[in-house]
Design a binder for this molecule. Structure first.
Ligand code: ZN
Length: 326
């Protein structure tokens, strides 16, 4: 997601604020109620991937205006995947979601930090305040146990709770993982996100720029070959969490792959796709992609890999936390 500076009616955008935080979450511990149609927690290897809906509401453009090149068939397919995205009068209804990855030892990797508090940079167009602090508490996640925060990119609706209202990191013990390329482009462009997020994180010594694909959390280094062999197939509790560059939406965009093993994977996409219509047809462009051609090829590549690996997609903006591809 991104937005055109200053051209948005805040009144219109806040219509969805009442839906913030909704009751659909079932994030207490690792338990997954058997009756839940679409549980907000998925187990992958030794990890729990916990969906946290920071906010929800209508976008400031209709679906037709926000997406370019979608056919009638594409929209019909999108409606089957994510019916709740289709609001009255052509409005696009979307969630603003983060994901916490619970790792062994009650440690956490958080992917994205939502729209943020009242007055955050996203507040000119997104429903604020977001609910993330309360959702983390409800899920039993102590912010001090979050040791890794991945910012898929530095748009306002993905880094809102990275810092507190006082301008200090919300997660005092975390390294904040951002692609160096994202920082370079931001510095060159003079974005307000520099002052809001980048400088405070850098001042605290918590900004952790990376270049390309990096394994963030994994069992290989810690357990060594001996334990990896001893775990065996039946007790496969290993896995790893890694970032992969997925440029296009922004130049330094990255996604997170949570791997338990073959055919046991969740891909936290970030904004590689922001609407189900881009699953229906990966060539459909989103109006605010920095480089639409690059975004298309990244999307095709990510979706093909997810189909091959039977991965679940964990998206920021669809109205359900996990999506399996056909
Ligand atoms: Zn977004």
């Amino acid at each position: 997601m991104s937005y055109p500076n200053g051209s948005v009616s805040r009144r219109t955008l806040l219509l969805g604020a009442a839906a913030v935080g909704g009751g659909a979450l079932a994030v207490g511990g690792a338990a997954r109620p058997a009756h839940a149609k679409d549980p907000a927690v998925r187990r992958v290897g030794c990890f729990d991937v916990i969906a946290l809906r920071d906010a929800a509401g209508p976008f400031f453009l209709t679906s037709d205006a926000a997406f370019i090149g979608a056919s009638g068939n594409d929209w019909r397919a999108a409606r089957r995947i994510d019916p709740a995205a289709f609001g009255p009068d052509g409005t696009w209804q979307l969630d603003f979601r983060c994901y916490a990855i619970r790792r062994p030892g009650d440690r956490y990797t958080l992917v994205d930090t939502g729209v943020g508090p009242e007055g955050s940079p996203a507040s000119s167009w997104a429903p604020v305040p977001g609910a993330l602090p309360r959702l983390l508490a409800d899920a039993g996640i102590d912010v001090r146990r979050v040791d890794t925060v991945v910012l898929t990119h530095l748009h306002e609706d993905h880094a809102g709770w990275a810092v507190t209202a006082a301008g200090v990191p919300m997660f005092p013990n975390a390294r904040y993982v951002v692609q160096q390329r994202e920082l370079d482009v931001l510095e060159a462009g003079g974005s307000q996100m520099l002052g809001y997020v980048v400088r405070p994180l850098r001042a605290a010594g918590q900004l952790h720029p990376v270049d390309g694909a990096v394994v963030l959390n994994g069992d290989a280094a810690r357990d060594g070959r001996h334990n990896a062999a001893r775990r065996g197939a039946a007790g496969r509790r290993g896995g790893r969490v890694r970032v992969v560059p997925t440029p296009g939406h922004t130049p330094g965009h990255q996604s997170v792959v949570v791997e338990g093993g073959r055919h046991d994977q969740v891909v936290v996409t970030g904004d590689v796709l922001v609407h189900a219509v881009q699953i229906a047809d990966p060539d459909v462009a989103y109006r605010y992609e920095a480089d639409q051609d690059l975004a298309r090829s990244t999307r095709r590549r990510l979706l093909a890999a997810a189909r091959r690996d039977r991965a679940l997609l964990a998206t920021a903006h669809l109205n359900r936390p996990f999506v399996a591809l056909d």
